[in-house]
Write a protein that binds this ligand. Structure first.
Ligand code: ATP
Ligand code: MG
Length: 428
């Protein structure tokens, strides 16, 4: 038997209703903020991710599903590990930034070759938001406020903690990086293996090392905040002031750096302590240089390309659902309210009845079984979770009636054929 690939999950009917419910709540909040939906390809050129995310990141170094297609010469392609690179590519390619400041959202599967465990899969789903064209701190605050409302609508308000940091601008970060590397190089022997490697590839990532010994070393290390210029500092302070005005609590985490290279200034994460080490449910930040960086690919003069400021986030839907299950489970609704059972000899009348009911009562879920014996159909009705079964045989047709069975009490009675058209007779 051929099975699904490790880390790639089926979402079966007993789970899918929760997914639809979650997705509709999130889409509703996005609509309330005036964000527009965009649908992007799942496969892009590998180079797009390598350039956008950065060569020395975990994603590009070891997590990407890349392959070549059958074109000549073969094109290196990859399953998207995240959504921002593709969104930025689309915005540039279709000139969406000309005279506009698009606020976009997308949802769908992402792929990373990671060790599968609870809250971490190889195919997982993100909802992502990208807000283009504003360099001002209100854009950062709006995204955070929107996620805050999402947690409220999902009953997760008390489970989420907001962590904030500012990475400053590229030159500020580079100056800090040098200072950090200088400080840690002497003490290399005390670093964990990963951090030692990162000292040359991606030193800032050492800040979020989970090793206690490394964290102890970092206590005395130079601080990123001390390297921020006046503009970066003012931006960060204004983000905080907006959040305070909105009544949104936050903590500054000076070690929050994020695993992707494109961020500058504000970075944030929503974390929970209900999901073990897969604690981050939603993460994002500002990436003012990425549009320019991707636009300049293939041009000779990098400096001539103007960037456009942007800020975004992505949330992991599996982690969100695990959290919802842990603290405020979504009530499971049966897939069926009314089951229509019809004697095989008058089955056509049964179909017509059910069809008319679906037109007149769009609030109800009406199910039928195939034209087998009444007994077999009744068995299906029992299993369906329906509140009411409608039974139609020759007698009912002759009398213009239907028989109805209350599936909770087992009580059965005969009523007028149009009984269910009167909304008060049956409320879902
Ligand atoms: P982590 O530190 O947990 O690996 P990350 O920094 O790699 O997360 P991002 O790239 O910021 O994650 O993605 C945003 C969100 O997507 C994460 O906060 C998480 O909720 C979710 N996510 C990321 N990778 C996975 C995965 N392999 N399986 C399930 N969800 C994931
Ligand atoms: Mg990761």
């Amino acid at each position: 038997m051929i099975k699904a690939i490790k880390g790639f999950n089926d979402i079966l009917p007993d789970q899918s209703a929760k997914w639809l419910h979650l997705e509709s709540i999130l889409a509703d909040v996005l609509g309330r903020y005036g964000y527009e939906h965009i649908r992007l390809p799942i496969v892009e050129q590998t180079d797009l991710f390598a350039r956008a995310i950065g060569g020395a990141t975990d994603i590009v170094e070891k997590e990407m599903y890349s392959f070549t297609d059958k074109s000549e010469p073969p094109t290196p392609l990859a399953l998207r590990p995240e959504g921002t690179a593709g969104a930025v590519r689309a915005v540039i390619e279709h000139n969406l930034l000309r005279g506009d400041t698009p606020k976009l959202w997308y949802i769908g599967p992402m792929f990373r070759y990671e060790r599968p465990q609870k809250g971490r899969y190889r195919q997982f789903h993100q909802l992502g938001v990208e807000s283009f064209g504003s360099a001002l701190p209100d854009a950062d605050a709006e995204l955070i406020a929107m996620t805050h409302l999402m947690w409220q609508e999902l009953g997760l308000k008390d489970e989420m903690r907001l962590e904030l940091n500012s990475l400053g601008e590229l030159d500020e970060r580079h100056a800090y990086r040098e200072a950090l590397v200088a400080y840690l190089t002497d003490k290399q022997g005390q670093l964990d293996e990963d951090s030692k490697r990162r000292l040359t590839t991606n030193p800032l990532r050492i800040l979020d090392s989970k090793e206690a010994s490394t964290q102890a070393l970092l206590a005395e290390a130079p601080k990123l905040a001390e390297f921020l210029g006046a503009e970066s500092k003012a931006h960060f302070e204004q983000v905080q002031a907006y959040l305070t005005a909105l009544g949104i609590e936050f903590e500054i985490n000076p070690h929050l750096v994020r695993g992707l290279d494109y961020y500058n200034k504000t970075v944030f994460e929503w974390v929970t302590d209900k999901l073990g080490s897969q604690a981050t449910v939603c993460a994002g930040g500002r990436y003012d240089g990425l549009v320019g960086q991707l636009k300049s690919i293939g041009t000779s003069d990098d400096k001539a390309v103007k960037s456009e400021p942007a800020v975004g986030f992505a949330m992991g839907l599996e982690r969100l659902l695990l959290l919802i299950d842990a603290v405020s489970p979504i009530a499971e609704l049966p897939a069926c309210d009314i089951f229509v059972v019809a004697h095989p000899e008058v089955y056509s009348a049964g179909i017509s009845y059910a069809q008319a009911l679906r037109y007149s009562r769009p609030d109800l879920r009406v199910k039928m079984a195939s034209a087998t014996s009444l007994k077999a159909q009744m068995k299906k009705a029992d299993k369906s979770g329906a509140a009411l079964t409608v039974i139609i045989a020759q007698q009912e047709l002759d009398d213009n009636t239907i028989s109805i069975k209350d599936m909770q009490t087992g009580e059965q009675k005969t009523v007028a054929q149009d009984w269910l058209s009167t909304k008060d007779n049956f409320v879902r």
